[in-house]
Design a protein around this ligand. Structure first.
Ligand SMILES: Cc1ncc(COP(=O)(O)O)c(C=O)c1O
Length: 394
């Protein structure tokens, strides 16, 4: 029997941006269902497994009856101490585990919570363009507004603070930054973060640094953490995640680190939403952070060697693009006569290679496609060879 009982959603749900990349996934699946061998460079999901010693730590801790109970609301101290130790060793940044660390169900959760704890309806948030779409989601749920910070190639994909209007400076309460950057793969020097702290202080804007790709820097360079800049903790926080550093995307472990007032707001919101992560996962996450970091070095070396193979192949077909210094993404200019979406469609249809159209990351992403270095060197090279056969580059 048909029911005419209809269930309207809250207005705020209608503000949530549509998931642009859902269509891409559908298109890829259609090609695969039609029997084609698609090389999918469109996604950002690490392709190799979590290192065995971390998996073993979870297997062992799963047996511990302590972890079968509720975890402490704000998580186990040993995990907060573990991330604090990592920041001290890797970045020389000192943090207090109880007041300057919040444990998150992955970085994404914190990115979406932050606007909700800081912004009132109508407040302004500055977001990078192009940028990771989850920033938009939190702003929408807070019923706040966004103003875009253009990231341009001529400015090494860093925002130009001088170019921000008086009005935006006055109205903005929060700003997202993300280096190593998704999607452009740019990295930020310490001097940029020093300027950021100064800009934030002058204008009363909280800084949220998304350091999801913090571990992935090439050619011997470790990407700089925002918290390394003097005074960073006065004005903001950094999000860190185990998803990329240790191939733990499915485990959902992340952190907010830095300013104690903001951390306590996030913790308060989380007290009302969750009990912290499964204790066994917290224990294995602490193992990841405190045991030998060789697995991270090996992972970065693997991405670097894929980058080299991929860019060597791009060079051979005449596709000119800047080699990334960090992250596992390639940000590639589309040839004349195409939009990012029409070019991505062409590559999928004619070469059976999937890439993410830049427009999905904001208007500033137009003119580029993003390819992930998340397939073997052989597959990456084959993808470029297939594209080469289309003779699109001069
Ligand atoms: C820029 C950026 N930030 C944050 C995340 C979220 O990572 P997670 O929620 O797995 O910690 C991702 C994941 O792809 C990302 O690309």
């Amino acid at each position: 029997m048909m029911s005419n009982f209809s269930i309207p959603s809250a207005d705020v749900m209608k503000q949530l941006p549509t998931q642009f990349f859902a269509t891409l996934v559908q298109n890829v699946n259609r090609e695969i269902a039609a029997g084609h061998d698609v090389i999918n460079l469109g996604q950002g999901n690490p392709d190799t497994p979590t290192p065995p010693h971390i998996v073993k730590a979870l297997q062992e801790s799963a047996d511990n009856p302590l972890y079968h109970k509720y975890s402490p609301f704000r998580g186990y101290s040993f995990l907060k101490e573990a991330v604090v130790q990592r920041y001290q060793e890797d970045y020389g940044v000192t943090l207090d585990p109880e007041t300057e660390v919040a444990i998150l169900f992955g970085g994404k959760t914190g990115l979406v919570q932050l606007p909700q704890v800081l912004l009132n309806p109508g407040d302004l948030c500055l977001v990078p363009d192009p940028g990771y779409p989850d920033y938009w989601s939190g702003v929408a749920l807070a019923k706040a507004e966004m103003s875009f910070l253009p990231l341009k190639e001529e400015n090494r994909f860093l925002p130009d603070y001088e170019a921000i209007s008086e009005e935006d400076r006055r109205r903005a309460k929060l700003m997202f930054l993300n280096y190593p950057n998704n999607p452009t793969s740019a990295i930020a020097p310490l001097s940029f973060y020093e300027d950021t702290v100064e800009f934030a202080k002058r204008n009363g804007i909280v800084v949220a640094s998304d350091f999801a790709y913090g571990a992935i820097g090439f050619d011997g360079e470790r990407p700089v953490s925002f918290l390394q800049a003097q005074g960073a903790k006065d004005v903001g926080i950094e999000f860190y995640t185990l998803s990329k550093t240790y191939n733990m995307a499915g485990w959902r472990v992340g952190f907010a680190l830095g300013n104690a007032e903001i951390i306590s707001m996030i913790n308060l919101l989380q007290d009302h939403m969750y009990v912290s992560l499964f204790g066994g996962i917290q224990s294995a996450a602490a193992t990841a952070l405190t045991s030998s970091q060789d697995c991270v070095g090996e992972l970065v070396a693997r991405y670097e060697s894929r980058r080299n193979a991929f860019y060597d192949a791009l060079g051979l077909i005449g596709w000119k693009a800047t080699r990334p210094s960090g992250s596992f993404f390639s940000w590639l200019p589309v040839p004349q006569g195409y939009t990012s979406a029409s070019f991505a469609d062409l590559l999928l249809r004619e070469a059976k290679v999937a890439v993410a159209p830049g427009i999905g990351f904001g208007n500033g992403g137009e003119g580029y496609v993003r390819a992930g270095l998340l397939s073997s060197e052989a597959r990456l090279t084959e993808a470029v060879e297939r594209i080469g056969k289309l003779s699109l580059f001069g």
